[in-house]
Design a protein around this ligand. Structure first.
Ligand code: 3PG
Length: 305
């Protein structure tokens, strides 16, 4: 069996070594396509592989057409909006993710962005503390739960809303549950987004919702750029000079945000949430095990199509 790791944004070496140890033990061949710049390189690399490990790399019908022997693709990470699930099913390819494996890494970055934000991007002026501020967590999945845990260490008040998680379950974790996302924005100083990009969530973080944030409010996005209504947020931030937007995913309108909201807008140059050795090791090795378990024993845990 041949396994391809196709990562435009490579894993750390220790994670690649860990993946190789798993595939070696199974007697599989491992090939790497890292930092590729053209889709044609991916199309060529998938031609004779049985399995693939990817990150935010796009796997669409064209890639699946080119991958004649492919049986399984594992997204080493949480969000699988980069895989065309229908096309995978049509090509009889199993798609999986590795939920939770990189969650702490993403959650820690939320606080990196927040400290940077409340200390005025380290410009030397007096900022504020996170202690005592009210943090709203939108979607209480693996990342959201880690954010709640860390927020308590900062002495923040924590509230969450999740359309798919009962209020009871949120409150068991010692977090106040909001009854809807409007209430979350109404009640909080800071809202951290942890929703996936789906037809329901795309552009759902819009002018009317974000304007509910308290004075001096901060929106922090380590989820997906697609969930933001960029035009609405830009308009609001121009009307309300007290708001900040901190994001790990550059918006399409990055230059406009930077020009019109200087000192209140920050985007990481490249998505960094899951870029830690630990997250790479956890997600990469989990993906390798899932591939071996599927090919050897037909295990389909974490199948998403
Ligand atoms: C995820 O969905 O797991 C995160 O957004 C991380 O994405 P990445 O692997 O492309 O860094």
């Amino acid at each position: 069996m041949k396994v391809l790791v196709a990562t435009e944004k490579p894993f750390s070496q220790v994670a690649v070594d860990g993946i190789k140890a798993v595939t070696d033990a199974a007697g599989y061949e491992l090939v790497l396509l890292e930092k590729y710049t053209e889709k044609s390189q991916l199309l060529e690399a998938v031609a004779d592989v049985d399995a693939m490990i990817i990150r935010s790399d796009k796997v669409d019908a064209e890639v699946l057409d080119a991958a004649k022997q492919l049986k399984i693709v594992v997204r080493a990470g949480a969000g699988y909006d980069n895989i065309d699930l229908q096309a995978a099913t049509d090509h009889k390819v199993v798609a999986m993710n590795t939920p939770g494996q990189n969650a702490n890494s993403v959650a820690e970055l939320v606080f990196g962005l927040l400290v940077f934000g409340v200390r005025n991007f380290f410009n030397g002026t007096s900022g504020t503390e996170l202690k005592g501020k009210k943090l709203g967590i939108l979607a209480f999945g693996n990342v959201g739960r880690n954010v709640a845990r860390i927020a308590k260490g900062f002495g923040m008040e924590v509230m969450a809303y999740d359309a798919y998680c009962p209020e009871k379950e949120i409150e068991i974790s010692g977090v106040k549950a909001a009854s809807c996302q409007e209430e979350l924005f109404d009640q909080c100083d800071i809202v951290s987004l942890h929703i996936p990009a789906t037809p329901e969530t795309k552009q759902s973080i819009n002018y009317d919702l974000v304007k509910r944030l308290h004075k001096g409010g901060i929106l922090v996005n380590t989820a997906r750029k697609e969930v933001i209504d960029e035009a609405g947020l830009l308009q609001l931030m121009q009307e309300r000079s007290d708001l900040k937007y901190l994001t790990d995913i550059k918006p399409d309108a990055d230059e406009e945000f930077a020009a019109k909201c200087a000192g209140r807008y920050f985007a990481t140059p490249k998505k960094m949430g899951a870029q830690t050795a630990e997250a790479n090791v956890n997600a990469g090795i989990a993906a390798a095990h899932q591939i071996v378990d599927f090919l050897e024993k037909g295990v389909t845990r974490f199948k998403v199509n």
